[in-house]
Design a protein around this ligand. Structure first.
Ligand code: ATP
Ligand code: MG
Length: 446
């Protein structure tokens, strides 16, 4: 993309309404614009990162054997009356009346609709196990929407639902989601710690929330510091292997890690004092096993091998897709702007032309741009006739992890400059060597 042709409405001033750094940078970098309280338009740069996050989620869901689909945002109240949640949900549910006076609602989550789809189509154990998921907009009429996309009213969420014959199978689905989520967040450059949590209006006994540690997090968390040394890394997992998934779950959940809802001071004090940590965290996901709560209420049952009819065991699993942009920025920024992890960066690298209009500089930039594009990478080429300082400030603000700076003086010596956004370190390289290095970083063969 050439910046002269892109839509990147960068703000010079710090917007007064933004209280936390991710909200400030998302507004300043022209990623989002508030449409009304807690409801945002996603401008091109923000939309691009949202899509990258979504892509990672889809890839990791596929790896775990989960099946994507899409359900509507507007749902009939009738199904929610069947489960009893139409009344239980309260003021957070946005209720809508259509022209025929029918009660509708904007989905805050989708257990009812998916259970209805299941019961209409599945009646035998032979069709199990089954895990379906979607990435879809949700609406919760939060009493205090704030911090930009962190606590919106309209927000984008991955929600998945497993259907299993037995409790044991459903707990495997739970473990599989936990493992899959660990991988998912790590690919986004995040450490998200699974913590024992409270189930809230979803209901159920087993639940973990995934928290990213950050001073601006809304949850108070308590944990054993050893937990932050755990890395999922690049280990290969067979997601159908119950024992393997169980072992990973145990590894990542056996140390003390809880939110304030489930915190138990006495148990916490069994952790050696020097390892006890109290901090704040951002909830980026949650997994639930709730057994037959919905399947019994809504009559979703299957035939067992010996001909009995039993309600299916279910769980649901959510990732806060839009909230993740905020969480990633909270975890990765400096006083100049965002620092995107390579896995989610909107563009792979920036190209800054120090002297637009200089024949040699223009040609070198065009050549780098063409070569990077040919490798399947997306560079953002700042081809505007602006001073260098302004170009650097924009690149730093929008946080591309790598920048190639091209100018007539360097070109005389056959070099360009490659700068890491994270460390600020620069090195002078030939354009070919710079290209090779970027290709290697992103796993492309140059
Ligand atoms: P919270 O406790 O933050 O209100 P929740 O526990 O009610 O969230 P879940 O039902 O677990 O939310 O939804 C799954 C994920 O969706 C959450 O882990 C969170 O990342 C995200 N999420 C929930 N509410 C919002 C919101 N208002 N704005 C943005 N993301 C949200
Ligand atoms: Mg939650």
């Amino acid at each position: 993309m050439r910046l002269s042709r892109y839509f990147l409405p960068v703000l010079k001033e710090t917007p007064a309404e933004a209280q936390i750094v991710s909200h400030r940078y998302m507004l300043r970098a022209g990623m989002i614009k508030q449409a009304s309280a807690g409801i945002y338009s996603w401008l091109p740069l923000g939309f691009k990162v949202l899509r990258k996050i979504e892509d990672i989620i889809h890839e990791e869901q596929a790896r775990a054997g989960h099946i994507p689909m899409l359900m509507p945002t507007i749902q009939s109240a009738d199904l929610w009356r069947e489960s009893g949640r139409y009344d239980a949900y309260g003021a957070e549910m946005l209720r809508i009346t259509d022209r025929h006076e029918r009660d509708m609602l904007f989905t805050p989550t989708a257990e009812e609709l998916i259970t209805d789809i299941f019961r209409s189509n599945v009646s035998s154990y032979k069709d199990l196990p089954l895990t379906l998921y979607q990435i879809q907009w949700k609406f919760r009429d939060e009493i205090r929407p704030r911090f930009g996309v962190m606590r919106g009213r309209e927000f984008y969420m991955k929600d998945g639902y497993n259907f299993d014959l037995t409790k044991e199978d459903a707990l495997h689905a739970y473990n599989r989601h936990l493992v899959s989520y660990l991988r998912t967040y790590e690919r986004m450059g995040l450490q998200a710690i699974p913590m024992r949590a409270d189930s809230g209006p979803i209901g159920g006994d087993d639940t973990h929330e995934f928290l990213v540690l950050a001073e601006t997090g809304e949850s108070e968390v308590f944990y054993d510091s050893e937990i932050t040394d755990l890395k999922f890394g690049s280990r290969e997992i067979d997601f159908d292997d119950k024992a393997q998934c169980q072992a990973v779950l145990e590894e990542f959940t056996s140390r003390y890690a809880r939110t304030d809802e489930t915190h138990d001071e006495a148990v916490f004090h069994q952790v050696p004092e020097e390892r006890r940590r109290t901090a704040r965290g951002i909830e980026v996901g949650q997994i639930f096993y709730f057994g037959t709560k919905y399947s019994e209420a809504m009559g979703a049952s299957v035939q067992t091998p010996d001909g009995q009819k039993v309600p299916v065991h279910m769980g649901s699993h959510g990732i806060g897709v839009s909230r993740l942009l905020g969480a990633i920025i909270e975890a990765s920024h400096d006083d100049k702007g965002i620092i995107w992890p390579e896995g989610v960066t909107p563009f792979h690298c920036g190209i800054v032309n120090l002297k637009q209009g200089d024949a040699e500089a223009d040609a070198a930039c065009e050549s780098l741009y063409a070569s990077l594009t040919a490798l399947g990478l997306e560079p953002l080429y700042d081809d505007r006739s602006e001073r260098a300082g302004g170009k650097f400030a924009t690149m730093d603000l929008i946080g591309l992890p790598w920048r190639i700076t091209v100018g007539p003086r360097g070109l005389k010596n056959g070099v360009v400059e490659l700068t890491s956004r994270r460390t600020g370190e620069s090195e002078e390289l030939s354009p070919e060597a710079a290209l090779l290095k970027i290709a290697q970083i992103y796993g492309k063969a140059a």
